[in-house]
Design a protein around this ligand. Structure first.
Ligand code: PEP
Ligand code: MG
Length: 592
């Protein structure tokens, strides 16, 4: 019987539509709830189901052994021979059968109970050899469970077809290492709009929805799933009608953006009354620069270098840093490259390494604080940035500065490195520009002091909103409170831009706010020097800017400062943008 269609609402974090089969990224810890057979269900068929799953698991292991023999070393296949022996053990088989017969429980539950009792026994041995065996048993349990639950073992790294990944949560490092050719969309149970996983999805142009709730519990591998990243919808097992509508939408969407891109590619980013504003790109990996330039970026306003670490899982050497920066500079052909120092911690860590054990990681040893603790990492990066500055317009961006002391400390370390390079006769730009992220409320309040000590400001609204409104940016439970149009945020933006003007330093914005259509007008009216955003949205933002005047944009900003709630502001901005660019608005509307 075909499954019923279900529409689930989440937070759309990367626009676009995809219809593909689901690939459920398994959780390490699968707990099987106690389930019992109904009076109509036959015990012997349940036992037969268990036998089939066992046979399939033993066959899997044989295949694995063959593969390992071919690809790796013959010795390693022994591990799986041991697994085969364990699975063929009549004692295990008998125990599971007894449980199904005596308690009328499901094969899954009987298997889990049996395997867990073995695990407990093995763990109680002091000898490492035995206690390590418990991991083998756990692995076997998961293998047989997969067959019982109809989930075939498929690795995320050996996908042969395009899929939509469904997961409880994804770390940025997991998203960064996805096989982009085959993972064409994803949806998660948890997460927020400006989590770094969401940012990466946008960078790679993968439609994504996060914070859907109990999605993983309801989707099985190979179910047909629709991802509507534009409207934050996930549709499970769509019916014929919905499927057709979304297939059309997927085609329409792609055609529209191609047309928009071709129309605007060679046109300047200026308002109808001739005011030019620069659109820069936020990038995570140097490979994104070519896409950014193609889309019309006039520079890179934020290079999030932590992905150099997250993708490889190790600390990069000076040479690796330098190569990445030189690659970006080469693609930029003279355009500026703003390199932000490593912003590690909080939600950015590698999935192979344990996260920093902090109760409040966003308020903890993150970013510049982490770099002061790990001076070697900081120095290696600064050396590479300075050396790259001999080859193009490179600027340094310091993340999460919250006090003058932090800024002074970072500048002193930079001077030390400059001296070191001098001594080694290594070339660098003596007048390299140094700017800071304005992303902590304290930095906003002392912006006038900080402005005298730096060359530019870049406002990071992703963090500024979370720290000002006390709303965790990755927590879907409070996502509704994460309000870029909150009056406090608008006032902060206005203040920082005014301070920048008074001190004659450029002020740009690089938070995700800049990529949302409805905020383009107020940001333009605010008087920023440039706006940096994820490359794929540049044509859309350019289209809006080319459809208005600076005068109108200023009026819009003034107007929203008079509203008391962000709801009023959002409504006003949405109507405005709908009137201004109805075609873009139409493409982004929900289908159901
Ligand atoms: C920000 O906080 O707005 C920002 C651009 O930095 P990130 O999203 O990497 O924290
Ligand atoms: Mg930030």
């Amino acid at each position: 019987m075909s499954k019923k269609m279900e529409i689930k609402k989440g937070i759309g974090v990367s626009p676009g539509y995809r219809i593909r089969r689901a690939f459920v990224l398994e959780e390490e810890d699968t707990t099987v709830p106690a389930r019992f057979l109904s009076p109509k269900q036959d015990v012997e068929s349940e036992i037969e189901r268990f036998h089939e799953a066992l046979k399939a698991s033993i066959r899997d292991l044989e295949d694995l052994k063959q593969e390992i023999r071919k690809k790796l070393s013959p010795d390693l296949q022994e591990i799986f021979s041991v697994h085969q022996i364990l699975l063929s053990d009549p004692a295990i088989r008998q125990k599971v059968e007894e449980k199904i017969r005596n308690h009328r429980c499901t094969a899954e539950y009987a298997l889990t109970r049996t395997m867990r009792s073995y695990i407990r026994k093995f763990r109680s041995f002091r000898n490492n050899l035995f206690s390590n065996r418990s991991q083998d048993i756990r692995d076997l349990e998961k293998r047989v469970l997969r067959h019982l639950q109809g989930k075939k073992r498929k690795g995320i790294n050996d996908l042969k077809e395009e899929v939509i990944v469904i997961a409880k949560d994804l770390l940025p490092s997991q998203t960064a290492t996805f096989d982009k050719k085959h993972v064409v969309g994803f949806a998660t149970d948890f997460g927020g709009k400006t989590s770094h996983t969401a940012i990466l999805a946008r960078a790679f142009g993968i439609p994504a929805v996060v914070g859907v709730g109990d999605l993983t519990a309801q989707v099985s591998n190979d179910d047909i799933v629709v991802i509507d990243g534009t409207n934050g919808l996930v549709i499970l097992n769509p019916d014929e009608k919905t499927l057709k509508r979304y297939q059309q939408k997927e085609r329409q969407h792609a055609d529209f953006w191609n047309r928009l891109y071709t129309e605007l590619k060679d046109l300047p980013c200026e308002t109808l009354d001739g005011y030019e504003i620069k659109l820069w790109a936020n990038i995570e990996v140097p490979q994104e620069v070519s896409l950014a330039v193609e889309n019309g970026a006039e520079g890179v306003g934020l290079y999030r270098t932590e992905f150099l670490y997250l993708q490889s899982g190790k600390v990069p050497s000076e040479k690796e840093h330098l190569n990445a920066y030189l690659q970006a500079l080469q693609e930029l052909k003279g355009r500026p490259l703003v390199i932000r120092l490593l912003d590690m911690g909080a939600d950015k860590y590698h999935h192979r390494s344990a996260p920093l054990q902090e109760k409040n990681p966003f308020l903890g040893c993150r970013s510049i604080r982490y770099l002061f603790e790990e001076l070697d990492i900081l120095k290696v990066q600064l050396r590479a940035i300075l050396r790259a500055s001999a080859h193009g317009d490179v600027r340094i961006l310091l993340p999460m500065i919250s006090s003058v002391e932090e800024l002074e400390q970072a500048k002193t370390i930079l001077e030390d490195i400059q001296e070191e390079l001098h001594k080694q006769h290594l070339a660098f730009d003596e007048n390299i520009k140094v700017g800071i992220m304005i992303e902590v409320p304290s930095a906003v309040l002392i912006a006038d002091v900080l402005a005298q000590k730096v060359d530019f400001f870049s406002i990071g609204t992703n963090d500024l909103i979370q720290y000002t409104l006390a709303v965790d940016r990755v927590n879907e439970k409070v996502a509704f409170l994460y309000q870029p149009a909150h009056l406090s945020i608008l006032r902060m933006l206005q203040h920082v831009v005014e301070v920048g003007k008074k001190n004659a330093i450029p002020v740009s914005i690089c938070g995700e706010m800049s990529r949302e259509m409805r905020y383009v007008l107020p940001l333009l009216g605010l008087g920023l020097t440039n706006i940096s955003m994820t490359p794929v949205v540049i044509p859309e933002v350019k289209k809006i800017i080319r459809s208005t005047t600076l005068k109108e944009a200023k009026e819009v900003f003034e107007k929203i400062l008079s509203f008391q709630t962000s709801e009023e502001t959002e409504k006003f901005l949405e109507t405005k943008i709908q009137q201004m660019v109805p075609d873009i608005f139409e493409v982004l509307q929900p289908t159901i």
